[in-house]
Design a protein around this ligand. Structure first.
Ligand SMILES: [Zn+2]
Length: 587
């Protein structure tokens, strides 16, 4: 087994002459692509094919270079060459985005596009994306305005987004007389000591007062700018634009919310039961949402984690466990924390070599094993996507967390089977903490963002109005599950997602992906092994059509609440079981 990932599959090292050659070739190839798109067209079919080939070749090249740089920086933040490559790479990405815009306009100008696509086997395999490019031309900012608008965004919304990041990064909270970073005080929400959690919560709420005014300006302005951009792109507001970018219909989104709303009363019973278990009478106080229940005494070495994952996923399909064995043995994973390495975990796919790279900060807890299952789920999704052409691999945000959630669910179900009552309560709580975030908390964030966006037509919301809107949204979703006196009026300042200029409503994709993954798991339970090839096929098509069509192709209708009710129902079952075990525990 290897516990450091192997980047020599990209380049021997930074002195590899191929690296310098590729860094030099990248901007040249983008330039050549731009010229190709601008060329007067004699034979449109021939030209479209040449552009597609050039785009895919260029993507393969830039993937290799950017993975080398991105992966190196993520485990060695100050790496000089990898850092030096950032600016030239950003320039390449920007120039490439401009090529995509002009390709869109070119395709939209062809009145026989369907014929051209049908007449070439390779183009036909990429038909959806080519038609989407043409369709997107209708939703581009006017060619004359595009440059100036994007430039003004750099000093507008994007600058405010950066300001928000700086405000957060430099904010400290006074925890028991000591100034500590915001991230540290928030981390104490998981502390086993209830007094630590409560004091940390109070310190956190208190510290937002120092930045509430600039935060409110950032939030209002970013949403107001978003509305302007949506208008310039010919959309009926931010949500309409986001749904189009997500290849998702409003009807499907509403079907999902319907199922979640119906289940809220039953999900609130989980918060109440957890509250009672922790000695609260009036619902769960916000600061105990993440309180650990029970103690997980089991720890895992990385070898044990490998063995457990292989054993569990072998039963699903040997293709998954085989890939996992390869990942552990051939240096796909950078396992342990080290100096200069960033926190958290992620997975990055390398399409041209049909491999992935996974970063984790493994310290041996059960949740670390679950993280490995999650990230290797992404890796499996990447593997399935390699069955289709590169242009068809672009997965919309709402589907991006499907395979990862699916894997987490498979692992949790296996562990639950072997657990005694105390372990079961702990496992259920871990699952419910996460799943209620994905459903209940995300629903409150969606409601809040809708309110803030709608207000912009009239006025920018004051700090007090933002706090009131947040408490209202939490009331709508958590209801009596949360103690009404101990909520979180500053969640809008806490979550960076509200401040992304490129991704508005960056909340519902979490609910969608999480529930979709669970819904698929419910199907697997019902259908057994027959479901495995269906699942693999589905993953391979994530970038090949609208979400409704992708799912319909395997017989799943996401446009009505039925599928979502099934998925939500699996969480409701866990909530009921938790309440029952908690009751027994308190006897
Ligand atoms: Zn993920």
């Amino acid at each position: 087994m290897k516990t450091n990932w192997d980047l020599t599959v990209f380049y021997k090292d930074y002195d590899d002459p191929q690296y310098a050659a590729d860094m030099k070739a990248l901007p040249e190839q983008v330039k050549a692509l731009a010229a190709l798109i601008d060329q007067p067209d004699e034979d449109a079919a021939h030209k479209v094919r040449a552009i597609v080939d050039a785009m895919e070749a260029l993507s393969n090249l830039s993937e290799r270079v950017s993975l080398m740089n991105m992966l190196t920086i993520s485990v060695d933040a100050d790496h000089p060459q990898a850092n030096a490559a950032q600016t030239p790479m950003n320039r390449v990405f920007m120039a490439y985005a401009q090529c995509e815009s002009s390709f869109s306009r070119y395709l939209a100008s062809l009145d026989n596009l369907d014929e051209i696509i049908a007449g070439d086997e390779e183009l036909a395999k990429r038909g959806f994306v080519l038609r989407e490019y043409a369709e997107n031309a209708r939703h581009q900012i006017d060619e004359k305005l595009e440059g100036p608008v994007l430039k003004m965004q750099l000093s507008g919304g994007k600058a405010l987004s950066q300001l928000r990041g700086k405000l957060e990064a430099t904010l400290t909270a006074n925890f028991r007389g000591e100034e500590i970073p915001l991230s540290a005080v928030r981390g104490k929400a998981y502390d086993p000591d209830p007094k630590v959690r409560k004091d940390a919560y109070e310190a956190e709420i208190d510290c937002y007062k120092k930045i509430e005014i600039p935060m409110a300006v950032c939030l209002n302005s970013i949403k107001a700018e978003g509305e302007t951009i949506a208008e310039l792109r010919g959309y009926d507001g931010i949500l309409d634009m986001t749904l189009a970018d997500s290849r998702l219909s409003a009807k499907t989104l509403e079907a999902m919310w319907t199922a979640i709303r119906e289940a809220l009363p039953e999900l609130r019973e989980y918060f109440k039961a957890k509250g009672r278990l922790l000695g609260h009478k009036n619902g769960l106080p916000f600061y105990d949402l993440f309180a650990p229940i029970g103690e997980s005494t089991t720890t895992y070495t990385i070898e044990q984690a490998r063995a457990l994952l292989l054993e569990v996923f072998e039963k699903f399909t040997p293709e998954m466990s085989g890939m996992m064995a390869t990942a552990f043995d051939e240096g796909w994973i950078d396992v342990f924390p080290k100096k200069g390495k960033r926190g958290g975990a992620f997975c990055a796919g390398c399409y041209s070599q049909n491999i992935s790279r996974v970063m984790t900060n493994f310290s041996g807890s059960l949740s670390d094993v679950s993280t490995l299952a999650h990230e290797l789920g992404h890796a499996f999704n990447n593997k399935m996507l390699s069955r289709v052409p590169l242009l068809m691999t672009d997965t919309p945000m709402p589907l991006a967390e499907t395979a990862s959630t699916f894997n987490e669910t498979v692992l949790a179900a296996e562990l639950m089977k072997k657990a005694d009552a105390a372990e079961e309560l702990m496992l259920l709580d871990a699952s419910l903490t996460e799943n209620t975030q994905v459903m209940v908390d995300i629903y409150s964030r969606f409601l809040f963002e809708q309110k803030v966006v709608a207000a912009q037509a009239d006025h920018a919301l004051s700090v007090q109005e933002l706090k009131d809107a947040m408490l209202w949204a939490q009331d709508q979703s958590y209801g009596d599950g949360l103690d009404p006196d101990v909520r979180h009026p500053y969640m809008w300042a806490c979550k960076s997602h509200y401040y992304s200029t490129g991704r508005h409503f960056y909340n519902f994709p979490y609910a969608f992906g999480g529930l979709f993954g669970r819904g698929l798991y419910a199907r697997y339970q019902a259908e057994g092994q027959a479901f495995v090839p269906v699942y693999c096929d589905l993953l391979s098509r994530f970038g090949s059509d609208t979400i409704e069509n992708v799912t319909a192709s395997v017989g799943i209708d996401v446009t009505t609440p039925a599928f979502w009710r099934e998925a939500v129902g699996t969480v409701v079952e866990e909530a009921k079981r938790f309440a029952q075990l908690a009751q027994e525990e308190m006897k």
